[in-house]
Design a protein around this ligand. Structure first.
Ligand SMILES: Cc1cc2nc3c(=O)[nH]c(=O)nc-3n(C[C@H](O)[C@H](O)[C@H](O)COP(=O)(O)O)c2cc1C
Length: 248
């Protein structure tokens, strides 16, 4: 194709193609110096006017454990409310208790042209986990694992400045890909988790989040376990499928 590939390009290509989302981790901690090294590399990501409009809440040790108890509790509570009668739900809305308290709602309504890919990805993951499509309880248990960071010893919560609108999220995306690749290059695994945007309250109690900064997502980070779920590769659309045809 493009002739000789430079060693740098070969390494980068391997890392780009080989990174996968990791959804089961070993409990062993990520050494603080290693975590620092990853962040130090990822901060070189580009951002609009070099503003780096993201701030990170890092949860390890007892803080991580506290959140890995509180967030699943919030998830269970929200699920219970979802199934409760209209009156209980109304009371929850009025008292603002038990419901998700996101800054950005991660429960996106997918448009028809994206829905098929979403379903393929979800069902592929469940198949990998040996979960039958109709087994709602097992699917829910897997969803719940998001809130325990899939067992990762480190969770990174990403806040962006709301004033920059979508560009702050774009900048955070560059940062996250850099972080994911820096981690992958060292044998660590990560999973960006939109699910972790659902409950902002517990995070705002644990971290001093300045006015105007909103919870965008979380990232589980740690050493991948040998669980087969970590081999799940949902594949990608071909380049051609990403290209717009010329207008007629
Ligand atoms: C913004 C964003 C949010 C995501 N949220 C979740 C999540 O909440 N739970 C999860 O298991 N995976 C989540 N993922 C991982 C995606 O499912 C994954 O990146 C995609 O299926 C491609 O697979 P790969 O990362 O293994 O290549 C998220 C990824 C991104 C970029």
């Amino acid at each position: 194709m493009g002739g000789d590939v430079s060693p740098d390009a070969a390494v980068l290509g391997r890392l780009l193609r080989g990174r996968r989302s990791i959804r089961d981790f070993e409990p062993r901690a990520v050494p603080p110096a290693l975590l620092r090294e990853l962040l130090d590399e990822a901060r070189h990501a580009p951002s609009w006017s070099n503003t780096q409009p993201y701030r990170l809440g890092i949860a390890t040790g007892p803080l991580r454990d506290r959140l890995a108890r509180e967030l699943p509790r919030r998830y269970d509570e929200a699920r219970r409310l979802q199934r409760a009668g209209a009156l209980t739900r109304l009371r929850a809305v009025l008292t603002r208790r038990g419901l998700p308290d996101f800054d950005f709602d991660p429960r996106t309504q997918y448009p028809p042209e994206l829905l098929a890919a979403r379903r393929r990805c979800g069902f592929g993951l469940y198949a990998r986990l040996g979960i039958a499509r109709e087994d709602r309880a097992a699917r829910e248990r897997q969803m719940r694992r998001n809130y325990e960071f899939f067992g990762a010893p480190c969770a990174v919560f990403v806040f962006v400045h709301a004033a920059l609108g979508p560009y702050a999220a774009l900048d955070a995306g560059f940062f996250l890909q850099s972080l994911a690749l820096a981690a992958h290059a060292r044998g660590l695994g990560s999973c960006v988790q939109g699910a972790l945007a659902l409950f902002a309250g517990p995070l705002k109690r644990e971290f001093a989040v300045p006015e105007g900064w909103k919870l965008l997502c979380g990232v589980a980070l740690g050493w991948p376990s040998a669980d087969p779920v970590n081999g799940y590769d949902p594949g990608r659309a071909d380049v051609d499928a990403l290209l717009l045809p010329a207008s007629a």
